[in-house]
Write a protein that binds this ligand. Sequence first.
Ligand SMILES: *[C@@H]1O[C@H](CO)[C@@H](O)[C@H](O)[C@H]1NC(C)=O
Ligand SMILES: *[C@@H]1O[C@H](CO)[C@@H](O)[C@H](O)[C@H]1NC(C)=O
Ligand SMILES: *[C@@H]1O[C@H](CO)[C@@H](O)[C@H](O)[C@H]1NC(C)=O
Length: 411
Amino acid sequence: MVKSKCCKLVFWMALVVLLASKVEARKRLKVGIHKNPQSSHQNVEHELKSLSVKHNVKSTKVLSATEAPLKSKTQDAGSSAASLSNYYNTAYSVAVEIGNPPQKFTLLIDTGSSNLWVPSIKCPATDRTCANHNKYNSAASSTFVANNTNFNIDYGSNSGGSVALSGFLSQDTVTIAGLPIKNQVFAEITEEPENPFLNAPYDGLLGLAYSEISIGGVTPPFYNLIQQGLIKKPVFSIYLNRNGTSAITGGELILGGIDSGLFRGCLTYVPVSTQGYWQFTMGSADINGTNFCNKCEAILDVGTSLMVIPQNALTKVNQILEVLNPKETNGVFLVDCAKIPNFPDIIFNIGRKDFPLKSSDYVLRYGNTCVSSFTSLEGLDFIILGEPFMGAYYTVYDLGYNMLGLAPALH
Ligand SMILES: *[C@@H]1O[C@H](CO)[C@@H](O)[C@H](O)[C@H]1NC(C)=O
Ligand SMILES: *[C@@H]1O[C@H](CO)[C@@H](O)[C@H](O)[C@H]1NC(C)=O
Ligand SMILES: *[C@@H]1O[C@H](CO)[C@@H](O)[C@H](O)[C@H]1NC(C)=O
C-alpha cells in the first residue's frame, strides 16, 4: 500500500471524519469515503478520545513532556531519551524545540508516517485549530531557511481528492531529546481542520517511519539524526506506560539505541518485510485456539490507539469477549468490566516466539466503561499492532539492519 504514489498518506491522519450522529456523548464517526481505506483506523482513535474525555473529568489541555533528556545506567552509550506524555492511553507525545531561540512544540509520535509538521504563525486568524496550539514563527528564528514548497496531506475521497491539511515546507534546527538536528525540513501548516485537531493534546506530528512514505521526499528527522552523527546507532526504541494520563512518565522514546532496563529478557528480532511502515511478517495469531493469521503481514504503529485485525477474526474475538454492542458500526466495542479476568490471552507469534497479550493489556478501562482494543477496517490487508501491544512489549526499530526487536516491557 505504500508502493503507489497515491497512497503516500499519513496513516494516523486519515481521519476523514464525518460526524454522522451522536451516540450519547460519543461521536459516531463514519468511515468509508476515502480513497485509501487503510488509513481510516484513525477514526477509531478519535472515537476513543472522545470516549476517554467523557469518562475522565480532568481537563484536556495540552500536556507537555519534559524536554530534558533522561539519563539511565542501562541505556546504550551514544543514545538519548525523551520522555513521552500519555494522553488517556490513546496518544503519546514528545516535546520538541524548533529554531533559535527555541520555540516549543508537543508532537504526537507516529511510526506509521514519516513527516514532521507543526501549525504555522501564518495560519489565518480565523483558524481555531491553529489558535488552540503552538505555532511556528519563522521570522523569530535566526536559523530558519525558507523552502516554500507546497505541502498537502490529501485525505482523499471517492469524488476526487480533497485536501485536509496543507501548508508549505520550511527548514530549521529541530531539537529532540536534547539533540539539535540542523537543516531539518518540516511542514508549516496553514490549513488545519477542526476535526479531529481542534482540541488535540499535541500541536503537530513526528513521523518515525521509513523515508519511502515521506510526503514531498523530505528526509525524516530520524535519518538526519543518523546522518549528522547525533546518535551512535541507527536505532530507536519505544517504551509506553499504560497507567493513565501522565505528562512526564508516559513512556520513553530512545534515539540511538535501547535501554535494557525497560524490558525483560532478550529481544526477539524479525526482519522488516516492506520498508514504508515498520512492517513484518507475523508467524501466526490466535485466540482461544482459533487462528487468524498464518504468515500474515503486520505493522507496529505507535500512532494507532487500537489493535486492528481482520473482520472474521474480530467477529470471533467479539464473541469470546461477549461484547455488549456487537452491532456497533463505529468499530468501538464495549465489554463487561467484571469479565476482564476471564478473557483468554491473544497470542501473536513473531520471530518464532509467542507474544501473548493479556486481557488487562487489551481491554482499555475508562472509569466503569471498558473498551475492547480490537477493531477491524475494511480493505486493510495487514494487522496493526497498536499501542495496547506496545504497552506490553518494548519495541526496537533498527534502520541499519532493517529489523524490529521486541521484548516484554518492565512496568
Ligand atoms: C525543499 O525541500 C525539499 C525536500 O527536502 C527539497 O527536495 C527541495 O529541493 C527544497 N526546495 C528548496 C527551494 O529549498
Ligand atoms: C506509571 O508508572 C511509572 C513507572 O512504574 C510510575 O513512575 C508513574 O508514577 C506511574 N504513573 C501513574 C500516573 O500512575
Ligand atoms: C475456548 O476454548 C475452550 C476449549 O476449546 C472452549 O471450551 C471454550 O468454550 C472457548 N471459549 C470461548 C469463549 O469461545
